[in-house]
Design a protein around this ligand. Structure first.
Ligand SMILES: Nc1ncnc2c1ncn2[C@@H]1O[C@H](COP(=O)(O)OP(=O)(O)OP(=O)(O)O)[C@@H](O)[C@H]1O
Ligand SMILES: [Mg+2]
Length: 280
């Protein structure tokens, strides 16, 4: 069955897009059929997957307004295929900002994405949705479509406070709009173990959220920051000469650990055969 996950956090710049593109590429590399949905008018996941957001004929905007299907609007970028991580991209650009207004007063406005994805349920194993940094109608479309939410976060002072808002929203959507929705996990990203505050926040996170905190941590890494400007996920972007590669850590290893160890853990809702999970 196709798994649909939202990568969400209303805080800006916390690593949502980086998480989405690298998980998409990591899952594609282990043979999963993946669709990335960019729900952010900034179009960063689109560009970071090698699609020119200004040159798209159709985008997620057309899908939300029901003038195109997912199959018509999604493309697999050649660059990703060549890199051995071919996943499909349903892109976004600034046009998407208008959808929010255009959907006001429309029927089923928060379920547009869910309904559109139902038509491709046999075509993909995973759909990963990159949400904008807000709890808007766009994010709500993502949460209504998904079975799980992955929350990337930096271990900083205000992170815990923002997290309470997000988990409340998830609970409300669970109660009122989407009974399938679960918090899958919190992913600590851009982590620097030398910073004491980050260690403290990390410990607080574990104390509050227990095993919802993924064991895998994504460290701060310059290649993950550089990769988007090459239109490639960090998982497949490696500018180093081959001889230099074994000596330093590879981002691919961390993201593979999230894909394999976290997603396929037997008791996670993301795992292929899972038992019923308690609500968050
Ligand atoms: N592990 C990392 N190491 C170094 N830089 C990183 C890492 N993860 C993300 N970045 C950089 O941090 C910045 C913010 O990341 P990203 O765009 O993924 O966040 P976001 O939550 O999607 O932002 P927004 O809320 O604007 O959509 C980007 O410049 C990205 O390249
Ligand atoms: Mg983003």
């Amino acid at each position: 069955m196709m798994k649909i996950f939202c990568i969400a956090n209303q805080k800006g710049g916390v690593g949502k897009t980086t998480t989405t593109v690298n998980l998409a590429a990591g899952l594609a590399r282990i043979g999963q059929r993946v669709l990335l949905v960019d729900l952010d008018p900034q179009g960063n996941a689109t560009m970071g997957s090698g699609v020119d957001k200004r040159a798209m004929a159709l985008s997620v905007y057309d899908v939300l307004l029901e003038s195109a299907s997912v199959a018509e609007a999604a493309t697999v970028p050649d660059k990703l295929k060549e890199a051995g991580a071919g996943y499909a991209v349903l892109g976004a650009n600034r046009e998407l900002a208008g959808a929010e207004v255009e959907l006001v007063g429309e029927e089923r406005r928060e379920r547009r994405l869910k309904d559109a994805l139902a038509a491709v349920s046999a075509d993909y194993d995973f759909v990963l949705i990159d949400c904008p940094p807000s709890l808007s109608m766009l994010t709500l479309n993502g949460l209504c479509a998904a079975q799980g939410v992955i929350v990337p976060m930096q271990c900083e002072y205000f992170a815990l406070e923002g997290l309470a808002d997000l988990t409340n929203t998830i609970k409300q959507v669970h109660a009122n709009l989407n009974r399938d929705l679960r918090l899958i996990g919190l992913l600590r990203v851009m982590f620097d173990p030398r910073i004491t505050l980050q260690q403290q926040v990390s410990e607080q996170l574990k104390a509050h959220y227990g095993d919802k905190v993924f064991d895998t941590i994504i460290p701060r890494n310059v290649r993950l920051a550089e990769a988007p400007s090459y239109g490639l996920p960090g998982v497949v972007f490696d500018p180093r000469p081959r001889a230099a590669r074994p000596s330093s850590p590879s981002p691919a290893r961390w993201w593979n650990a999230v894909c394999v160890d976290e997603f396929f853990k037997p008791n996670r809702p993301s795992a292929p055969a899972h038992q019923a999970q308690p609500a968050i």
